[in-house]
Design a protein around this ligand. Structure first.
Ligand SMILES: Nc1nc2[nH]cnc2c(=O)[nH]1
Ligand SMILES: [Zn+2]
Length: 507
C-alpha cells in the first residue's frame, strides 16, 4: 500500500471567516495540503497524539508548527487594482477623477506600449502585492494587448491568482491613448485566446495519473490560475457599440464555456464613482435610464462581474446589481483620495449585495489589502459621523442623540470582505476563501504578531486562564494585525499550495 503524500502539514491556529458576521477561530488545527494545492484535511483542536499519528500516516514534505503568536488566514483578495498605475502610486492625489485621469493616469499608462517596461513594472507589482498577502487580484492592464499578456506571464511565473483585463477605450480619451472599436474587441479576443492556449499547454504538460482518483498524486499546475477579463474602462470612454460588442463577446464565449462546464468569463469596470462622471454618462447615453443601465443594456452585468466604487447608486440601480449577481468592489482609500464620496456600505450589505474590497491602486495610495480594510473601516465611521451630524442639524431635539454605530463595519466584516467576500465577488467561492474545508485550494497567509521586525508590539493579556485560552486572544491578535500590521507580519504566503512569498518556513 502506498502512503499518501502531503506537501505541507501545519499545526496551529487557523482563523477563517464563515460569513459576514461570523469568524471561526480554530486552535491547534492540523491542516494537510496535497501537492496539487488542495486542502487534504483540517482538524481543529487536534491532540498531540493525532499530530504524531498524522506524521506516520502520511509522507510529509514540510511540517510547520505555529507558535502562539502565529496563525493562518485565508489569502487576501484585491478585487480592483490597476497594475500599470504602480509607478504613480501616491503621486498626484490633488485632483478629482476626470482631470486625474487626463493629467497623471493616461500618460503613465501610455508608456506600457513598451513591452519591456510593462514586464518590469508588472514584476514589481506582483512581487509587492504577494509580499503584502494579496494571493488573488483582479487587475486592470492598459490598452495594449501584448502588455496585458506580459502581466499574465508575470502572474503565472510568480504563482499569483487573478484576472487580467486589457482595458478598452474607443472614445473620449487622448488620440495617443485610444483605440478603435475593432481594436478593443480584437485585443480582448486575443487576450482570451492567449490565456486559453497557456492553460491548454499546461494541461497537456500535466502527467496523466495512473490512479486519477487519488488527489495526492495530482501535481501543482497553473491552469486557470489567471483568467482573462472583459474590461471596458468605464462608460465615458467606451462607445455604445464597443460596450455592446464586448457584451456579445462575453455571451458567445459563455455559450462555449457552459457546454464545457467551465466558469463564465469575468467582467470588470467602474461604476458611479464621481458626480461629474455620472453627469457625463447621462449626457453621453441619453437613452439609458441610469449609469448602471448603460452596462445592463450591453449585457455586461453577471454573477462574474465586478463594478468598482458604486458610491452614488440609486435604489433601482442597486436592485439591478443584486438581481444580476453583480458584485461591488468597495475602494475606500481611492474614494477619499480622489474625493469621490463615501460609500454607504452598510446600506448595500443590508440590501444583500455582494461586496468585496479593492485597493484601486493608484486612485488609492496603497497597494496593501490591510490598508483597504482600514479604509473601509474609516469610510464606515465617516458615514456614522455624517449621520450624527445630520441628526444634530435637523434639531429633532436639542440634546445630543445617542451614539448610533450601526453603519460602522466590524473587524470581522472587513476580514470577510477581503477574503471570502472577494472570492464570492470573483465567482471563486467554491475554490478559495476557506481553510477549514477539504478540497478548497490552499491560498493562505502565515501571520505572526510577534515577528522580529513587527511594526507593533503585542502585549499578552494578564494570565487568567479564561482569557488566555479564549478565542478573544486570537481575535485581539487579528485586530492588531488588521489595524497596525504590514508585510513584516506576513511570514509566508501560499497560492494553490505553493509558497509564493515570505521566508521558507518548513522544518
Ligand atoms: N479610480 C479610477 N477610476 C477610473 N475610472 C476610469 N478609469 C479609472 C481609473 O483608472 N481609476
Ligand atoms: Zn479603478
Amino acid at each position: 500500500m502506498t502512503i499518501a503524500r502531503l506537501a505541507y502539514l501545519f499545526y496551529g491556529t487557523v482563523i477563517q471567516p464563515q460569513s459576514l458576521r461570523q469568524l471561526a477561530i480554530a486552535p491547534r488545527t492540523l491542516l494537510g495540503v496535497y501537492h496539487s494545492g488542495k486542502i487534504a484535511f483540517a482538524i481543529p483542536r487536534a491532540t498531540t497524539e493525532q499530530f504524531e499519528k498524522t506524521k506516520t500516516d502520511y509522507t510529509i514534505d514540510n511540517i510547520i508548527c505555529l507558535s502562539r503568536s502565529q496563525f493562518l488566514l485565508p489569502g487576501l483578495i484585491d478585487t480592483h487594482v490597476h497594475a500599470p498605475q504602480y509607478p504613480i502610486m501616491g503621486n498626484g492625489m490633488d485632483l478629482q477623477l476626470l482631470p486625474w485621469l487626463d493629467t497623471y493616469t493616461f500618460p503613465e499608462e501610455a508608456r506600457f506600449k513598451d513591452d519591456a517596461y510593462a514586464r518590469r513594472v508588472y514584476q514589481r507589482v506582483v512581487r509587492r502585492t504577494l509580499r503584502n498577502g494579496t494571493t488573488c487580484a483582479a487587475y486592470f492592464g492598459t490598452l495594449h494587448t501584448t502588455g496585458s499578456q506580459r502581466l499574465v506571464d508575470v502572474m503565472r511565473a510568480a504563482g499569483q491568482r487573478g484576472w487580467v483585463g486589457k482595458v478598452c477605450m474607443d472614445q473620449n480619451a487622448p488620440e495617443w491613448y485610444r483605440e478603435t472599436t475593432d481594436e478593443s474587441v480584437r485585443g480582448t479576443q486575443q487576450l482570451i485566446a492567449y490565456v486559453q492556449q497557456l492553460d491548454q499547454h499546461e494541461r497537456e504538460q500535466q502527467q496523466p495519473s495512473s490512479s486519477a482518483s487519488s488527489a495526492s498524486r495530482c501535481h501543482y499546475h497553473k491552469a486557470e490560475l489567471v483568467e482573462p477579463c472583459i474590461t471596458p474602462r468605464f462608460a465615458p470612454t467606451c462607445s455604445a457599440e464597443a460596450l455592446r460588442r464586448l457584451g456579445e463577446l462575453a455571451a458567445e464565449e459563455n455559450k462555449l464555456r457552459e457546454r464545457a462546464g467551465r466558469p463564465s468569463l469575468p467582467i470588470q469596470t467602474h461604476l458611479s464613482e464621481n458626480e461629474a462622471e455620472i453627469a457625463w454618462v447621462a449626457k453621453l447615453f441619453p437613452e439609458s435610464a441610469s449609469y448602471t443601465d448603460v452596462y445592463d443594456r450591453a449585457g455586461l452585468l453577471s454573477s462574474r462581474t465586478i463594478m468598482a466604487h458604486c458610491v452614488h447608486l440609486t435604489a433601482e440601480e442597486r436592485a439591478r446589481l443584486k438581481a444580476t449577481g453583480t458584485a461591488v468592489a468597495h475602494c475606500a482609500h481611492s474614494n477619499f483620495d480622489l474625493r469621490s464620496g463615501v460609500l454607504h456600505v452598510r446600506q448595500l450589505l443590508d440590501e444583500g449585495l455582494k461586496i468585496s474590497l479593492g485597493t484601486d491602486m493608484a486612485g488609492g495610495h496603497a497597494i496593501s489589502m490591510l490598508e483597504a480594510m482600514r479604509g473601509a473601516l474609516t469610510a464606515s465611521r465617516t458615514i456614522c459621523i455624517m449621520e450624527a451630524q445630520k441628526q444634530q442639524q435637523q434639531q429633532l431635539n436639542d440634546k445630543v442623540h445617542d451614539d448610533d454605530a450601526r453603519s460602522q463595519l466590524s473587524i470581522t466584516e472587513v476580514v470577510y470582505m477581503a477574503t471570502m467576500g472577494g472570492a464570492a465577488a470573483m465567482g471563486l467561492h467554491d475554490k478559495i476563501g476557506m481553510l477549514l474545508e477539504a478540497n478548497y485550494e490552499f491560498d493562505a497567509l502565515l501571520v505572526d504578531t510577534a515577528a522580529p521586525d513587527s511594526p507593533f508590539d503585542f502585549f499578552e493579556p494578564e494570565a487568567s486562564a479564561e482569557e488566555l485560552l479564549a478565542d478573544k486572544l486570537y481575535m485581539r491578535r487579528l485586530e492588531k494585525f488588521v489595524m497596525c500590521g504590514d508585510d513584516r507580519n506576513i511570514e509566508g504566503v501560499w497560492v494553490r499550495g505553493r509558497q509564493v512569498a515570505g521566508t521558507p518556513l518548513a522544518n
